[in-house]
Design a binder for this molecule. Structure first.
Ligand code: G3H
Ligand code: 13P
Ligand code: ZN
Length: 331
């Protein structure tokens, strides 16, 4: 058993309380590779932002759970080396699908876990979430739960349609489970294709304009649970300049569309205090690599193309922190 406290990590409790009060959101960036981890830490240190580094089941399979845990420990030391005396870094399990996975993460040094019972019937979601909360709280690990279904793919769970969170359920759910934060469904979804073209309108350049998020549902939830930390998954904005670069240099991402940043900024000012971003990092990395290969067909040293990839991700992370979530200067 390794406690996250020994690794210099923190849980989300204090971070979320400050974010809800301060009207900003903490960035939750997924990572699978060393370059993503380095870019996240560099961005967080330069902007003086707390940060959640999150690991999905797929990331654990890709990179190896032990390696990811040591990378998070390394992230804390790296932040200190970059001049941040007291980094606020959370290591979070994204979309935990069972008690066993959550327990294994808690036992190996995670400071926060998500148990995603959103695809289960209501009472089963409550029972599973409660079981994880009871274990996690013994070790002062915080727990995110989910109520409502996001369209798209959540690791291996795929849902054709989204079902907004029902505001009338949130008090019962949070009270009976004891969860520390609640992921809700208000129209976001995972991946780079968040809306079908027929759900959108098009602007003069032919780009898709998505329908707005259900802010009425968010406000109704906030009224039921004043000050309770709310989480938004599926919050990449799918920057069109990155999509254009990918398509220009041999990629094929037609009609990729995300959540407009103005709407995320508005959500961050409310009780939404954690905003999950993964796809935008993938796009930033891929755009830089595709461009690099097109311009330097003779390069084959991974450092040559991973350096611009890392720099482009860092630029994106800084932009999100400063211009969208507002978590800069909050350490
Ligand atoms: O919620 C989904 C995250 O973007 C993680 O994606 O399961 O492909 O690692 P992944
Ligand atoms: P995106 O696919 O919009 O980046 O969402 C990531 C996410 O919600 C991870 O849990
Ligand atoms: Zn998610």
């Amino acid at each position: 058993m390794v406690s996250y406290k020994e690794l210099g990590l923190v849980n989300t409790r204090e971070m979320f309380a400050k974010a809800v009060k301060g009207g900003y959101a903490i960035p939750a960036f997924n990572f699978n590779t060393m370059e993503q981890m380095q870019a996240i830490v560099q961005a967080a240190v330069e902007t003086k932002s707390p940060v959640i580094m999150q690991v999905s089941k797929g990331a654990r399979k890709y990179a190896n759970p032990t390696i990811l845990r040591y990378m998070a420990q390394g992230a804390v030391e790296y932040a200190k080396e970059l001049g941040c005396a007291n980094p606020q870094i959370v290591l979070h399990l994204d979309h935990g699908d069972s008690f066993e996975t959550c327990k294994s993460c808690i036992d190996s040094g995670f400071s926060s876990v998500m148990i995603d019972g959103s695809s289960k019937p209501y009472e089963e979601n409550i029972a599973l979430t409660k079981q994880v909360v009871e274990y996690a709280h013994k070790y002062d690990v915080t727990v995110e739960a989910e109520l409502g279904v996001l369209a798209g793919v959540e690791d291996e769970v795929a849902a054709e349609e989204s079902h907004y969170t029902k505001p009338e359920e949130v008090i019962d759910f949070s009270t009976r489970t004891g969860c520390d934060s609640l992921a809700i469904s208000i129209g976001t979804s995972h991946g780079a294709y968040k809306f079908k073209p027929e759900q959108c309108t098009r602007n003069a350049e032919g780009k898709l304009i998505p329908p707005p998020l259900a802010f009425d549902v968010l406000h109704a939830i906030e009224e039921k649970l004043p000050g309770f930390p709310i989480v938004l998954h599926g919050s990449s904005s799918v920057p069109q300049d990155e999509v254009d670069t990918i398509n220009k240099f041999g990629g094929k991402l037609p009609d990729a569309v995300g959540i407009p940043e103005e709407q995320l900024r508005e959500a961050a000012k409310s009780a939404v205090c954690k905003i999950n971003i993964d796809s935008d990092s993938r796009l930033a990395m891929t755009a830089a690599i595709r461009q690099h290969f097109a311009e330097h067909p003779d390069h084959f040293d991974p450092r040559q193309y991973l350096t611009p990839a890392r720099d482009n991700m860092k630029k994106m992370y800084i932009h999100k922190i400063v211009n969208v979530l507002g978590s800069n200067d909050k350490l």
